[in-house]
Design a protein around this ligand. Structure first.
Ligand code: NOJ
Ligand code: CA
Length: 705
């Protein structure tokens, strides 16, 4: 395809003609509010909608086509004429009810283009482009029109024509799960099909050489790009097919074996936003709010009933094999007595909530069974678990319970019981649930990320909201910023979590896993990674497995990997009397503001966050297998205030494999002129608590040098 870069760039201009490319009729252009990003749109002489984009003087996308293949109808890819266009701008601020920051600036320029097929049936569509300083999004809209009631989309053909063989951090375009390790290759080296045989996935389907989103890239000139989608509603999830030779990405929607279409919608409707985050450095990607901004405002109003919290739970012990979900094994974890032990531990340690998995009947018939429909119900406890008594006890201790619903990927069974299940929770005063979808979806032929399941996940969220329940989904559909609209979408898995370290699979998550996740998966939204393992070698339970980070790295994750629910995942007995546990006791879970101090994708990252409603700050820094010395300026602290910094860092000889537990705790006086030197061991990290110094601190502590 031709390249259309030939014009001086003007903001929001309609340009007629172009000296080099006579075949073009009109080029529409839109710029970001700050002017660094520009996007242009035109129809080719075949009437094909195309766009391209640049950042400052660098082309970031070359001519890229837009369109659809339909079932039993001519495609919507060419033969269009432009009938109208309009522009609009918005600059406002909205508030996150909980989040990485309180206030979010939403500042964009928007271009709407209307196109109509020249030959009959003269179908019409609109393309909406929104350009921000940190990236852009666009979507297709199908207005109500005569003779076109429903669209059956066989494939969306949205292209992103990259301008070079960038370095990419990617997971395969799996239609059923995101629990893959990130790969770092050039675009020409992306080989998703080689990831098909995976030893430990209860479901996986990788039909073509595509990647899942967010997929993050670095160009030769050091620009960072990340491709994703926002506001995924009543549509299939999008993967991006990769052409290794031309460096073109093309949308490949998640399909279904049960229907000839991948998406079916009645008009009028619009697609999710296709998004590109753009930043001169890696840190800027994490600070970008593009994905949340492209979602509709809060529809639930006040969600005061959900409070960000740390939690512990009857969970890791099952993954270690110390206990089990089912009762038949004779080592059932979810007993009344065990739950009370966790509740006591939470109450004593500033941990707000307790999760109990394996509390309801049905687990004897879980993984490996085909006929899972009707197996689980979400109201019947095992006989050794007195649900009412556990809840009463938790109330008495001021601890919230977190409900657990493992659907075993039988969503119809779950949907039939949603009201009953949530009514029980409401009666018991339980305001959050962790859901799970392990296994191939029943009905057979549906995939976790297809339109049918996207609608299921949304139905769960909406029903839960009616009962004042917040949802933390595992094996979810990816986050696309829906939390802005439905703030009861608190967190989700949707990545390779801590649990992979307990299973002896491919040696667990390597040390560069989370320094990669922070710049990829985390751009989509909050992550229930479940950090905080202290017993790094997993003895005596799983001596063949281990955690591939240092202990200080585990602490730093509470700040680096954002979630409004943060698990202290290890067994209470591994925390008792451990001095490093003080950090988990103290660390915040809800933030006034967040600052990414430094980072490179897959290598390291340092983030500082101010706790909401207090003047405390927390800082977390993690590295991959490389040891590093980083600097962190504390210039975000308020002027004129002395702070006490409690630093939890890698100790002498610390190493993710050879010596993961070596750590040190030090305290100093600091202020906004201080620059901390962070010495991170291989696979290591540093976690810092910053609180206003008391008179006693000022007397007792040394000033940091
Ligand atoms: C998979 C989830 O990711 C994990 O956290 C949970 O323990 C199991 N499913 C059981 O529901
Ligand atoms: Ca999982």
């Amino acid at each position: 395809m031709k390249s259309y870069w030939c014009l001086p760039l003007l903001a929001l201009a309609l340009l007629a003609g172009c000296s080099k490319d006579k075949e073009m009729d009109k080029i529409l252009e839109i710029s970001s509010p700050g002017g660094d990003l520009q996007l242009q749109f035109t129809l080719t002489e075949e009437g094909e909608p195309v766009y391209w984009a640049r950042y400052k003087d660098t082309a970031i996308l070359d001519t890229s086509a837009l369109g659809f293949e339909l079932v039993d109808a001519p495609s919507l890819r060419a033969g269009f004429e432009m009938t109208d266009y309009s522009t609009r701008a918005l600059n406002d601020v909205w508030e996150m009810p909980w989040g990485e920051q309180r206030e979010v600036s939403n500042n964009y320029n928007e271009l709407t283009v209307e196109v109509r097929e020249i030959p009959p049936p003269n179908r019409r569509m609109r393309l909406i482009f929104r350009i921000y300083d940190d990236g852009f999004g666009f979507r297709y809209e199908f207005p109500e029109q005569e003779g076109l009631e429903t669209l059956e989309i066989a494939e969306e053909r949205t292209e992103f024509q990259l301008t070079g063989n960038h370095t990419a951090w990617w997971i395969p375009g799996d239609w059923d799960i995101y629990e893959h390790l990130y790969n770092e290759t050039s675009v020409s080296g992306i080989d998703a099909l080689s990831k098909r045989d995976h030893p430990n996935l209860a479901q996986t389907a990788i039909p073509v050489n595509a990647v899942n989103t967010p997929v993050t890239m670095r160009t030769a000139s050091g620009l960072h790009l990340s491709f994703h989608e926002a506001a995924l509603t009543d549509y299939a999830g999008m993967t991006l097919m990769v052409d290794n030779d031309t460096y073109k990405l093309t949308s490949n929607l998640v399909g279904s074996e049960r229907t000839p279409y991948k998406v079916k919608r009645k008009l009028p409707f619009h697609t999710p936003w296709r998004t590109v985050q753009v930043s001169p450095d890696a840190a800027g990607l994490i600070e970008s709010n593009l994905i949340a901004n492209l979602n509709e405002p809060n529809q639930l109003g006040d969600v005061e009933w959900f409070k960000p919290t740390k939690y512990v739970g009857i969970w890791w012990e099952m993954h270690l094999g110390k206990s089990s979900w089912d009762m038949a094994s004779g080592k059932h974890g979810a007993t009344t007595e065990n739950a009370k032990r966790y509740i006591d531990f939470a109450a004593e340690n500033n941990i707000g909530a307790v999760l109990v998995e394996g509390w309801n009947t049905g687990w004897e018939h879980w993984i490996g069974f085909e006929d899972r429909e009707g197996v689980f119900d979400f109201v019947t406890p095992y006989e050794d678990y007195d649900l009412e008594e556990v809840v009463r006890y938790a109330n008495e201790k001021g601890v919230e319970m977190i409900m657990h619903h493992e659907t075993s990927a039988a969503p119809r069974t779950y949907e039939q019981q949603l009201d009953t299940a949530y009514a029980l929770m409401q009666r018991l005063g339980i305001h959050s649930v962790k859901t799970g979808y392990v296994g191939k979806i029943i009905p057979a032929g549906e995939y976790h990320h297809g339109q049918w399941m996207v609608n299921h996940y949304r139905k769960v969220l909406e029903t839960a909201a009616e009962y004042e329940v917040a949802v933390n989904a595992h094996e979810p559909i990816k986050a696309t910023g829906i939390r802005r609209t439905f703030p009861n979408a608190i967190s989700r898995e949707g990545l390779r979590g801590q649990e992979f370290n307990a299973w002896s699979v491919e040696g667990g998550n390597p040390p560069d896993h989370l320094p990669t996740v922070a710049f990829t998966r985390m751009l989509a939204g909050p992550i229930d990674f479940t950090p905080g393992i202290f017993n790094m070698k997993l003895a005596p339970y799983k001596e063949e497995s281990q955690i591939n980070t240092t202990l200080a790295h585990q602490l730093a994750l509470y700040v680096v990997i954002y979630s409004p629910v943060q698990m202290a995942a290890d067994l209470p007995e591994h925390y008792e009397d451990h001095p490093a546990f003080e950090f988990i006791r103290e660390v915040g879970v809800d933030w006034e503001q967040s600052k990414v101090l430094n980072g490179e994708v897959g290598d390291y990252v340092t983030i500082a966050r101010q706790e909401r409603g207090t003047d405390r700050w927390f800082l977390g820094s993690i590295t991959d297998e490389q040891e590093r010395s980083l600097e962190a300026s504390l210039d975000f602290l308020p002027a004129g205030a002395n702070y006490k910094a409690t630093i939890y860092r890698d100790g002498e000889g610390a190493h993710w494999d050879e010596n993961p537990s070596a750590f040190l705790i030090e305290s100093f006086l600091v202020d906004r002129s201080t620059t901390l030197k962070l010495d991170l061991a291989p696979g290591g990290g540093t976690a810092v608590t910053l609180e206003p110094a008391t008179a006693e601190d000022e007397e007792r502590l040394q000033t940091y040098r």
